[in-house]
Design a protein around this ligand. Structure first.
Ligand code: SAM
Length: 494
């Protein structure tokens, strides 16, 4: 049996699972670890059991005694050292990569350790105030961005998926729960080594390919493409951390990926990108990004989730690279801001890009670009899938078909009314979705009456006629436009 399969068995035998490790550490030590502090964790893992040893070694980056290590990983320590996963002195063993259990909400039916994955990546830098700098080929573990992409990914079963810039392979591990064939690519050979290890540890088959962006999949089509590319927008300095710097100017990497995705989608396929984009002084952000979609034949939904001011952005990424406090920190910070000035960037947007190969003309494609900084339901993937289903449904309905449809108010809607205390009638009515994007929509009495009466029994035509009799003449074309909006945003279902 290969080393990774024997390692997997040893991890399972040690009970090194997400739940066990969470229970062992408890909330205080976990919160401390999230702040890069290991002392509380070290204090609760001193017992010498296999799961304590593995937790100390991998999550807390503590050295452990050779006897404890052998007990936790029987017969494997020397081989793991030879592979570069552990390192050993005479009597102690330490981690050279991170290897931790990862709990998933949707247990993979093909995984015999239900809902638990193991993910190996490079060691988290900066624990307990240690050095923050990493090598240029550093491979990230499960970062907040990785989690965001996993949460926005559509999970409908499909045949083929591409995980572009796979890193340690975390997206592919998620994809394996609902995709038959997965191609995972990266330009970083170390990332591919860790991806293969993670595939074996989790009993997942992946087609792992080395190469830049779409080169390794030239001419191939996919039902789903997911990517969290190296999107940091920085001046070219010659230095490159491959997990975050593309080497391309500005946000070109994201533009290139968005322009390339349509050529690699099967009919009806979906491409999803988590990204930063430059917000320029001369063009509204949505106009610029809409330009990237021209000629694509794709429906698209782009959500700007955050706007980052340039100083915070530069500080965040200089700290991430371990430059904070370095002698040239001021010069780097200043150069970066001057470069933003020169190229006309005034802020950085962060958000979600989803493209659906609708096979339509640009004129018939539905492109929604919006800013939405409010809290949403997570995972948001199902709502993104539902959005594109609604777009398809509405495209097929002309006005006559819409009037003949039998709308039903979505189950998550509540109505909020506002007005002066004691007033008989509210001055404002708002319909609020409690799931998905958690949208709120002000409506007038006609739309509120329509929402209240839409129970799937009467046609829209009948509903509008009945409401017209009660509340006065109805402007039907305007109401049809409003109903389309209510359906598009998930307030009404057809
Ligand atoms: C932000 S990390 C994302 C890793 C992982 N997919 C995730 O969700 O956490 C970006 C990844 O893109 C890879 N990458 C950088 N330049 C690339 C290129 N030219 N072609 C393919 N992958 C690249 C990096 O090595 C890194 O693994």
């Amino acid at each position: 049996m290969t080393l990774s399969f024997r390692l997997r068995d040893a991890l399972a035998a040690a009970g090194y699972t997400y739940d066990t490790v969470s229970d062992l550490l408890g909330t205080t030590a976990q919160a401390a670890l999230a702040r890069n502090e290991t002392t509380p964790g070290r204090r609760v893992t001193r017992g010498g059991s296999p799961v304590e040893t593995l937790t100390r070694m991998w999550l807390l980056q503590a050295t452990v005694g050779i006897d404890d290590a052998e007990r936790a990983l029987p017969g494997l320590v020397d081989e793991l050292c030879a592979e570069g996963i552990l390192e050993r002195s005479v009597s102690e063993v330490a981690a050279r990569v991170d290897l931790r259990p990862y709990g998933t909400d949707s247990p993979d039916p093909r995984d015999n350790v239900s809902g638990n994955l193991w993910v190996a990546s490079d060691l988290t830098p900066g624990l307990d105030g240690g050095p923050q700098r990493v090598g240029s080929d550093h491979v990230l573990g499960i970062s907040p961005a990785a989690t965001s992409l996993a949460e926005m990914t559509l999970r409908a079963p499909v045949g083929r998926a591409l995980d572009l810039g796979t890193g340690c392979g975390v997206q592919s591990l998620h994809l394996a729960t609902h995709v038959d064939d997965i191609v995972a690519t990266d330009v970083n050979a170390r990332a591919l080594w860790l991806t293969r290890l993670n595939a074996d540890l989790n009993g997942v088959e992946l087609d792992v390919r080395e190469g830049s962006f779409f080169e390794p999949v030239a001419g191939e089509l996919f039902d789903l493409i997911v990517t969290n590319p190296p999107f940091v927008i920085s001046p070219a300095t010659g230095e490159r951390l491959v997990y975050r710097d593309s080497g391309l100017p500005g946000d070109r990497v994201v533009e290139d990926i968005v322009r390339a995705i349509p050529k690699h989608l099967s009919p009806g396929g979906t491409g999803q990108v988590l990204a930063n984009w430059a917000i320029r002084a001369d063009t509204p952000w949505d106009e610029r990004l809409a330009g990237w979609l021209e000629g694509s034949g794709c429906d698209a939904w782009i959500v700007q989730r955050e706007i980052l001011d340039l100083s915070s952005y530069v500080e965040m990424w200089l700290k991430d690279a371990g430059q904070h406090g370095a002698p040239d920190y001021y010069a780097r910070y200043d150069t970066w801001l001057s470069w933003f000035d020169q190229v006309g960037v005034e802020a950085v947007g962060f958000g979600w890009i989803t493209l659906r190969a609708a096979g339509t003309s640009d004129a018939a494609a539905e492109r929604r670009l919006e800013e939405w900084r409010w809290g949403v339901e997570q995972p948001i993937g199902p709502e993104i899938g539902a959005h594109f289903d609604r777009v398809d449904q509405l495209r097929r309905l002309d006005d006559a078909a819409l009037l003949a449809s039998r709308p039903r108010l979505a189950r998550d809607i509540v109505q909020e009314t506002f007005g002066p205390a004691g007033a008989e009638d509210p001055s404002q009515i708002v319909l609020r979705r409690q799931t998905g994007m958690r949208r709120a929509r002000p409506v007038d009495t006609v739309a509120a009456a329509l929402a209240g009466a839409a129970d799937g029994e009467l046609t829209l035509g009948q509903l509008l006629a009945a409401i017209g009799e009660l509340l006065g003449a109805i402007d039907v074309p305007a109401r049809l436009d409003e109903v389309r909006d209510l359906v598009a945003e998930g307030f009404l279902e057809l």
